[in-house]
Design a protein around this ligand. Structure first.
Ligand SMILES: NC(=O)C1=CN([C@@H]2O[C@H](COP(=O)(O)OP(=O)(O)OC[C@H]3O[C@@H](n4cnc5c(N)ncnc54)[C@H](O)[C@@H]3O)[C@@H](O)[C@H]2O)C=CC1
Ligand SMILES: NCC(=O)COP(=O)(O)O
Length: 379
């Protein structure tokens, strides 16, 4: 028996990349079974209202004394156990593109028009509902065309707005090509910043495998600008968001966060850079005084050794390529990128557009599967 059906938007991203392949393969091979959303001891909403989210966020209270947090403090609604969730995947894309890619990959896939006014239908293998957005120019798999950059951004905007107005319970994104969007003259650094701006929220990027979560203080920023971006106010806000979402979204009651330094050897007592002494240590001390369990700043090159990771719920890296190479080395193909801090649920793959694999059936579906599963679990 299915207790509720939620709609998840899915954006295939760059039309010349592997995103459309992965979306049609996912839809063609969906397991025909509902998702058990309440593992033992985990209460879930059995009929969640799927409320419209206000722009600017839900204003969840920031936890003042998380070390003393009890389950009751999480403010979860009273819930019935025993719920099975059904999900309707709705691709936000050009239906002709998806049909053509499915045909090229030899998949039998029925493309159905999405009607937001109709009752949600659980997705079944071989069918895909599509909220149509028209491509600006025909697509050749593997060949970027900046004329379609505007189409890509429209798919993201429609999916995001659908989450904000309650049409969708969350969005799962396949990769976009950031460069070709910029080549088209459109300012864009990533989904993370795009959704954050549209939701008027501050984002925190977190990539997760079952074994490791890595969050970032700065996201898509040239290395030369990273140090300047690590201010006390920004670092404080990032840690508060990470801590709050580990509690509220991932069910970690008292998160232990391991924080990397910025400089080699975490600054070696100020001899190899002063950001640790001037900014990072004072911020951590202030937040520790509120009860957060923050370890560090530790030298980033040894943060990831097993003894230091033992008991950690997340590692906070100062910049993109400090944390993500380790995470991807561990779990490329099964990791999920999730944007914290937003008033909507957004998960994504851990990989890029892999243009050379588009239209070949050789792209691995693992990370998209994991991203959909995490979105379902967060919903
Ligand atoms: N979430 C997003 O929208 C992301 C977008 N990108 C964008 O992707 C573009 C290309 O980035 P790259 O650094 O080349 O990374 P990439 O992930 O596209 O490719 C790196 C390597 O991994 C392979 N690969 C990637 N996905 C795969 C899959 N599903 N199955 C099998 N092999 C796979 C590729 O063939 C390549 O050898 C860039 O424009 C970048 O901005 C990159 C990461 C995330
Ligand atoms: N390396 C992760 C990445 O670039 C993903 O960015 P986004 O498009 O999800 O913001």
């Amino acid at each position: 028996m299915i207790d509720f059906i939620q709609r998840l938007a899915i954006t295939p991203g760059e039309p010349a990349g592997i995103g459309p392949d992965l979306v049609v393969r996912l839809a063609a091979n969906l397991p025909n079974r509902p998702v058990l959303t309440n593992p033992p001891n985990c209460p879930v909403l059995t009929n969640p209202p799927n409320p419209p989210f206000p722009k600017g966020g839900l204003n969840l209270p920031l936890l003042q004394n998380p070390a003393l947090l009890k389950k009751e403090d999480l403010n979860l609604p009273p819930l019935k156990k025993g719920g099975w969730g059904g999900f309707q995947l709705v691709a936000v894309a050009d239906p002709d593109l998806l049909a053509a890619r499915a045909q090229r990959l030899g998949l039998a896939l029925e493309i159905l028009p999405f009607d937001p006014a109709a009752a949600p239908q659980p997705s079944v293998a071989g069918q895909l509902y599509v909220l149509p957005v028209k491509l600006r120019q025909p697509v050749i798999a593997g060949q970027l065309n900046s004329a379609n950059a505007d189409y890509v951004l429209e798919t993201l905007a429609r999916a995001c707005d659908g989450c904000l107005d309650g049409t969708f319970a969350g969005v799962v994104t396949a990769p976009v090509h950031k460069g070709v969007i910029n080549d088209a003259g459109l300012p864009f650094t990533g989904h993370t910043e795009f959704f954050a701006e549209r939701c008027a929220a501050q984002p925190v990027m977190l990539l997760a495998t079952p074994e490791l979560r890595v969050a970032l203080v700065t996201t898509h920023l040239p290395l030369v600008e990273v140090s300047r971006a690590i201010t006390a106010a920004h670092l404080t806000a990032v840690i508060r968001i990470l801590h709050r979402d580990l509690v509220h979204r991932f069910g970690v009651i008292a998160p232990r966060i391991v924080v990397c330094g910025l400089n080699p050897h975490a600054g070696e007592g100020g001899h190899l850079g002063r950001e640790e002494i001037d900014i990072i240590i004072p911020v951590l001390e202030t937040l520790r005084a509120e009860g957060m369990q923050l370890i560090g700043p530790l030298p980033a090159d040894t943060v990831f050794v097993p003894t230091r990771l033992a008991g950690a719920d997340a590692v906070l890296a100062m910049y993109h390529d400090q944390g993500l190479p380790v995470l991807k080395h561990l779990g490329f193909g099964r990791a999920v990128n999730v944007t914290l801090g937003l008033p909507i649920i957004r998960t994504s793959v851990d990989h890029g557009t892999a243009l050379e694999l588009a239209g070949t059936n050789r792209a691995d579906l693992g990370s998209l599967n994991a991203a959909v599963a995490l979105a379902q679990s967060l919903v």
